[in-house]
Design a protein around this ligand. Structure first.
Ligand code: CA
Length: 539
């Protein structure tokens, strides 16, 4: 779809009316001008030449390029994003109330691996400075993570982490941070329900994230349902063996209910003493030059507007292709945001098995939403709509472009880990909800070492465990949040940078961040909570 994307030409710097069309089949385009366009505004050049606005159209919102009859398809990204509830004359504002949303594409009869994948040419010569792990994975940060089995211990761990940061961390200059992996799971849950495997493996796999260097310490309460041996069964860790040390039980445990602990201070001292051992080892690590293929990038969007799918997400798509060409692994996710493009995705599957796995994930999620009496249309937010996104179909088309053009070579179920599936490169669909925090948490579990996040409305989202590169979809946001947004893809709408240039800029920025350059969110220490996806019952 990218080949036919066009901005009205020769109008960039004059303040003249500008619209962005995503596909030449589209009968709508979005207004690019900051502040929107007034009634009577007339386009003087390009595909919209001669068009005169009948309404005031806000920035990012759609204008009808031609007369659209009642019941006719409103086409963006070359597909019907809705059907006109009444006749829409050319030049009208096509707001969400004018559209009837199409039904979700059936999961029967989908095109399977039909796109003849021309494999993208390899991209050589790109590297970053990372922390090598014994299992071949590479960290982009050197962090001591304290795994917890249950929410009951969260306050104690938070207290201990503050002490470790204040008293121990200054003595270990090569360690970037200490993070308590706090969560709300672990007890009061139906731990043997089939779907409980999702939160449990998510926690297990997060503790194995490459940024933690295989140093695992666990704080447990004692009486909780999620016992440490269940969370981290023997053999979970193979990551530490680069230093030739035995795996032993694989982790160190502090159990607060142990009789040895008399009083609070004893618990804290035990956690600090255990932390010291791990900090010592982590402090011995150094960054070294590794190929770009060691990157595991999770891409996500949140707080989206109509520019998300026109500027930032297409630039991410270019970056995704570059990363895949360099041998890296890129995960895209957000099931409710790809559901409406499932036919494009099964067509892009590298094999029938991959397509079948994608369909399985979509069907599971349809059933999950159905049990809750809802469907994928529950995804869109009031802010999405104010930003010009009429419905989930339009949002989905703009979300999928983050995946670029490579064949989809693997699929992960929620909470699964790439390495357990033998995946070390290529474009992967990691099935997650679209919820920003849950998606990020599940991508962490998969083994992500850099997160790329696009936003149009703006969100200060960040993670303590991996750097989050934030890309603004529009220049107004990039200016207003100048010390929160790492990259401005709004220049694509302004006409001052191309999608390809911005994609390359993001690719280089990701390599810099992987090498230790701190994102804005890291500089401000902005981090959101881990939020587990628990589709199983609570007791
Ligand atoms: Ca999201």
């Amino acid at each position: 779809m990218s080949s036919t994307r066009s901005i009205t030409e020769n109008a960039h710097d004059t303040g003249a009316p500008r619209v962005i069309r995503m596909d030449e089949r589209d009968n709508v385009a979005i207004v690019a001008n900051a502040g929107g366009l007034e009634t009577g505004a007339t386009f003087v050049s390009g595909f919209a030449a001669g068009l005169k606005l009948r309404d005031r159209v806000p920035q990012g919102h759609k204008v009808a390029l031609v007369d659209i009859g009642e019941g006719e398809a409103v086409v963006r990204y070359g597909i019907a994003i809705g059907y006109a509830q009444k006749a829409i004359p050319a030049g009208s504002w096509v707001h969400e109330r004018l559209l009837r949303m199409p039904a979700a594409r059936s999961l029967e009869g989908l095109p399977i691996a039909t796109v003849r994948s021309v494999s993208l040419p390899p991209l050589e010569g790109f590297s970053f400075e990372g922390f090598r792990n014994g299992d071949g994975s590479v960290g982009t940060r050197n962090i001591l993570a304290i795994t917890t089995t249950v929410q009951c211990v969260a306050g104690v761990v938070e207290f201990a982490v503050a002490r470790i940061k204040a008293e121990l961390l200054p003595r270990y200059p090569n360690v970037d941070d200490v993070v308590g992996l706090e969560h709300t799971y672990g007890c009061g849950v139906a731990i043997d329900a089939p779907d409980a495997s999702i939160p449990i493996r998510t926690l297990r796999n997060i503790s194995r994230n490459p940024n933690f260097g295989g140093e695992v310490m666990v704080v447990s309460l004692g009486c909780e349902k999620l016992q440490p041996e269940r969370l981290l069964p023997p053999g979970t860790f193979a990551i530490r063996d680069d230093r030739g040390e035995p795996e032993s039980s694989g982790f160190d445990l502090v159990r607060l209910q142990d009789e040895a602990h008399v009083g609070f201070a004893s618990m804290i001292e035990a956690i600090l003493a255990t932390a010291r051992v791990h900090l010592e080892r982590l402090n011995g690590r150094r960054r070294e030059t590794v190929p770009a293929s060691a990157l595991v990038v999770g891409v996500q969007c949140g707080g989206s507007d109509a520019f998300s799918g026109a500027t930032a997400n297409p630039a991410v798509g270019v970056c995704t292709d570059l990363l895949v060409r360099a041998g890296a692994t890129v995960m895209f996710s957000e099931t409710t945001e790809v559901r409406d493009g499932i036919d494009q995705l099964t067509a892009r599957a590298a094999s029938p098995e991959v397509a079948a796995a994608m369909i399985r994930e979509m069907a599971w999620y349809d059933a999950y939403l159905g049990r809750g009496g809802t469907d994928r249309s529950a995804n869109t937010t009031p802010g999405n709509k104010q930003g010009g996104l009429a419905n989930i179909v339009e949002k989905a088309m703009g979300s999928i472009v983050k995946s670029g053009s490579a064949p989809i070579s693997g699929v992960l179920s929620p909470g699964e880990r790439l390495r357990d599936k033998g995946i070390a490169s290529g474009l992967v669909y990691a099935a997650t909800p679209a919820s920003d925090f849950i998606c990020g948490t599940l991508q962490l579990a998969a083994g992500m070492n850099v997160h790329v996040f696009t936003t149009g409305r703006g969100t200060p989202y960040g993670l303590a465990e991996v750097p989050v590169v934030k890309v603004a979809t529009n220049t107004a946001l990039a200016r207003r949040w100048h010390d929160l947004m790492d990259l401005n893809a709004g220049r694509i709408a302004d006409g001052t940078a191309t999608i390809e240039e911005t994609g390359w800029e993001l690719f280089r920025f990701v390599l810099d961040v992987a090498s230790g350059r701190r994102t804005w969110a890291e500089q401000h220490h902005l981090a959101n909570a881990l939020v587990l996806f628990n589709p199983a019952p609570v007791t």
